[in-house]
Design a protein around this ligand. Structure first.
Ligand SMILES: [Ca+2]
Ligand SMILES: [Ca+2]
Length: 395
């Protein structure tokens, strides 16, 4: 018997002009790599589905359909279960926008704008968590996959010193391993007297709320709002997560790891070197425990230093905030020790791409054949890292 249960496959249908519709859907972890899918179409409000895939789709999760008339149709994908139904105007102009959600222009035209994605309702559908500003305070708003407002919370935080909120981070994750997603952000008090959030304040907290309801799960007192935040599994990939925050960016930083189950501080380190917008967590040695990489320093899951990169490669211009350029050490070559050749930017690039590229970087100094590139005799450079860059909002 075929499985007729409803399965959320994140089906996307986009008009591509001239009567064409592009469909894309998700291959689930429980699907075989060559799982067969059939695509079905019907006129909107019709009861009759028509199969449009001539043969089962087994080598991709996409299909380009040609419709008989330039009108609105509904689609679904049938594999192990039946996907959600998605409506599309096949006669519309080609578009790459799958979903447009209008937002309150008053709240989202100003200084607070930032968005994160996450499975708010634990149902396989991605929701949207948006940071906005209202009445001079930061707000967090959670929207369902279809754009319906689910909940909103006033953080009571004022804007930053520059009238912005670049460095007020936000994330969504199941941090306490109960099978439900949380949204984590900073909150102040209703009577917060500050004009700017960048000064210490008693009563300020790092707060985790339930993704579906917005109700508080835990609050961790925090005098400062950290510049960056990330989440990972520092006790083991199958254990509850930790939330790691980084205070300050271009000066010496403080890293704090919070136990995702309770919000208790697991460890805190003062790092006597600057960082950047590159706070990362990854299991770089594949031992099942993720490491934290910040400003060229790699920390084990318990907060002890695994290795520290030599300070080279990239310098930050303090006169022009956010301007990244190659440092003199890089142009003149460098001394090397195994496992130390990663600047902040390199580390970030490596941990976000693949383990192989990380291996390339960390063994460059000890490899029999040193890697070469333009402008540097020892380590590879990529021109995109030499360009001026702007700090990313909220990171
Ligand atoms: Ca949870
Ligand atoms: Ca590891």
């Amino acid at each position: 018997m075929p499985n007729t249960n409803r399965v959320h496959r994140q089906l996307v249908c986009l008009p591509r002009g001239e009567g064409k519709v592009l469909l894309s859907w998700r291959l689930l972890p429980t699907d075989r790599a060559d799982a067969p899918f059939q695509v079905e179409r019907r006129r909107e409000a019709s009861d009759t589905w028509v199969r449009v895939s001539e043969i089962p789709v087994t080598d991709s999760t996409t299909l380009l359909d040609r419709v008989p008339e330039p009108r609105r149709y509904e689609y679904r994908v049938v594999g192990d279960g039946v996907s959600e139904v998605v409506s599309v105007d096949a006669g519309a102009a080609p578009d790459i926008v799958a979903l447009s959600i209008p937002l309150d222009p008053e709240m989202f035209s100003g200084w607070g704008l930032l968005m994160a994605l996450g499975e708010l309702c634990n149902d396989g559908r991605i929701g949207y968590i948006v940071r906005g500003a209202r009445g001079g305070r930061l707000w967090i708003l959670a929207y369902d996959h279809d754009g319906q407002l689910r909940w909103e919370r006033n953080t009571y935080l004022p804007p930053g010193e520059n009238g912005d909120a670049y460095h007020v981070p936000l994330l969504c994750w199941d941090v306490n391993a109960d099978g439900r997603s949380e949204v984590v952000f900073y909150t102040g008090q209703p009577d917060d007297p500050r004009e700017h959030y960048g000064v210490p304040e008693v009563g300020q907290c790092l707060t985790a709320v339930d993704g579906e309801t917005g109700e508080v799960v835990w609050e961790a007192p925090s005098l400062m709002v950290a510049d960056a935040m990330t989440v990972g599994h520092l006790r083991g990939i199958d254990q509850a997560a930790s939330v790691v925050v980084q205070e300050r960016t271009y000066a010496d930083v403080t890293l704090t790891a919070y136990d995702g189950r309770t919000g208790a501080v697991s460890w805190q380190v003062d790092q006597a070197r600057p960082a950047g917008h590159a706070l990362d967590i990854a299991d770089i040695d594949e031992d099942g425990v993720q490491e934290v990489i910040c400003g060229g320093v790699c920390y084990r899951g318990d907060g002890t230093v695994k290795w520290e990169a030599e300070q080279l490669g990239m310098l930050i211009s303090r006169s022009r905030r956010g301007l990244t350029r190659a440092g003199p050490e890089c142009r003149s070559g460098m001394r090397s020790r195994t496992g130390t050749q990663a600047s902040t930017s390199w580390t970030r690039m490596a941990t976000r791409s693949s383990r192989s590229s990380f291996t390339m970087l960390t063994t460059a100094g000890s490899a029999a054949t040193p890697l070469r590139c333009r402008g540097c005799s020892r380590i590879p450079l990529k021109t995109r890292d030499m360009r001026p860059t702007r700090p990313s909002a909220g990171s």
